[in-house]
Design a protein around this ligand. Structure first.
Ligand SMILES: Cc1ncc(COP(=O)(O)O)c(C=O)c1O
Length: 415
């Protein structure tokens, strides 16, 4: 019998300190290992309702329609965009990194009329730049990324909702990489739709996308309602607008499945429901503001450490996400060789980068379960050693010490 039939799966032990995914919280892994129950078991529908309530706290919203889309974060993005945008509808996408391009690409596939504006990677948009483009283009929907891990920038959103409201534009945000590590106030900031993922500050694995939708957004998408043959009854009335061009990501059908009718759509990914629910439970117990504070604390400690190593930080420091930092790779070292040694000798993973930044910066995360002191200090000590081992000519032995000094000055040092 070949070896692979005999041995049980045994992934290597890693500390994942890149831009996500990160190590899942052990409590989340335990929650995922519970036995399955039937889709319409009252216990299951009870868990679904409980999960909706938990994510209302995470998204800081009263939106009834707060639920999970099965799939990774881009499933949530695609469900929002394909449900909101009919072919020919105008959408405005401000692009400040790779994931803005992703929103534009998904909207294009939905055959919307896509308009983009761009700032160089490492910068964010001002409200005036957004308002000027909204006035010019008159889109149906504005789609923005909050934290774009490709550049480590966190786009301020608090003034954009009012602009959208004044111009009767739906406002959607991809908060996959930022939620729980950076402040996000769905209702207060006037967001109509937000989607997320578990694998960053929520401390889980990827595979479920929590979303929240305002009543106003739901009113819009319900105009496209269709119930599929086989479960459709005479009581089901079609919406007045053309149907949503995806069955799996038809949010109106997904709402009927999460709503009182419990209309059959997909088979729920039960283990991911347990998982997503546990991520939110842990976070709500900590308190969302405390979680943001924790990400800031450990993100700053990491920042102090890399600076003490003499590494130059990428992007506008005023708008850096709390949970990831980009640093330029020193010219005298081979970036891939350093990452390789960190992985093989120390079991620590940091991130490379995409597009114009590929080969130029590393991205180092402090998020979710790994936004903690020991993970920060281990990563800094390891990076320090591997840089020296690969011909770096800058300061040595300073990184972990600088982070420890930083922690000592903080009123709450975290764990
Ligand atoms: C801001 C943002 N949006 C979307 C995605 C895509 O997420 P997924 O790979 O879970 O589909 C990511 C992944 O890193 C991301 O950082």
């Amino acid at each position: 019998m070949p070896d692979y039939d005999i041995h049980t799966l045994q992934p290597p032990t890693r500390l994942l300190m890149g831009p996500g995914p990160i190590n899942a919280d052990p409590r989340v892994l335990r929650a995922m290992s519970h036995q399955l129950i039937g889709q319409y078991d009252p216990a299951m529908t009870g868990f679904m309702n409980e999960t909706m309530a938990r994510y209302r706290q995470v998204f800081q919203t009263k939106n009834h329609w707060t639920l999970l889309v099965d799939g990774t974060s881009r499933a949530g993005i695609e469900a929002v965009l394909v449900s909101a945008l009919k072919p020919g509808d105008k959408v405005l996408v401000p692009v400040m990194g790779r994931f803005g391009h992703l929103l534009a690409e998904i909207a294009q596939r939905a055959q919307a009329e896509v308009h983009t504006i761009e700032v160089p990677w490492g910068q964010v948009f001002t409200p005036d730049q957004i308002e000027d483009a909204v006035k010019k283009i008159k889109p149906k929907l504005l789609a923005m990324v909050q934290g774009d891990t490709s550049t480590t920038m966190n786009q301020p959103l608090e003034h954009i909702g009012a602009i959208c409201k004044n111009h009767d534009v739906l406002f959607y945000c991809d908060a996959t990489a930022s939620i729980a590590g950076n402040t996000l106030k769905t209702d207060e900031w006037g967001l109509d739709a937000v989607s997320a993922g578990l694998q960053k500050c929520l401390g889980g694995p990827s595979g479920s996308s929590p979303i929240t939708l305002s009543d106003y957004f739901v009113e819009h998408i319900k105009k496209r309602k269709r119930v599929e043959a086989g479960i459709r009854t005479n009581a089901h009335i079609d919406g007045v607008e053309p149907m949503i061009r995806s069955n799996y990501f038809d949010l109106v059908m997904i709402l009927d499945y999460w709503g009182e009718e419990r209309l059959n759509h997909h088979t729920e990914a039960t283990s991911m429901l347990y998982c997503a629910s546990e991520c939110a439970r842990i976070l709500n117990n900590e308190g969302i503001d405390n979680a943001v504070f924790r990400h800031k604390l450990h993100g700053q400690a990491m920042l102090h450490g890399v600076k003490a190593l003499g590494l130059k930080v990428f992007g506008d420091p005023l708008h850096k996400m709390n949970n990831v930092v980009g640093v330029y790779i020193p010219s005298e070292v081979d970036g891939d060789a350093v990452r390789q040694q960190m992985l093989t000798d120390f079991g620590i993973e940091i991130g490379t980068s995409f597009g114009p930044l590929h080969g130029k910066i590393w991205r180092i995360g402090t998020m979710g379960y790994n936004a903690r002191k020991s993970a920060v200090l281990q990563t800094l000590a390891c990076l320090d050693a591997c840089l020296q081992n690969n011909g770096y000519r800058g300061p040595k032995g300073e990184a972990a010490k600088a982070a420890i000094d930083y922690y000592k000055l903080q009123p709450s040092q975290g764990e």
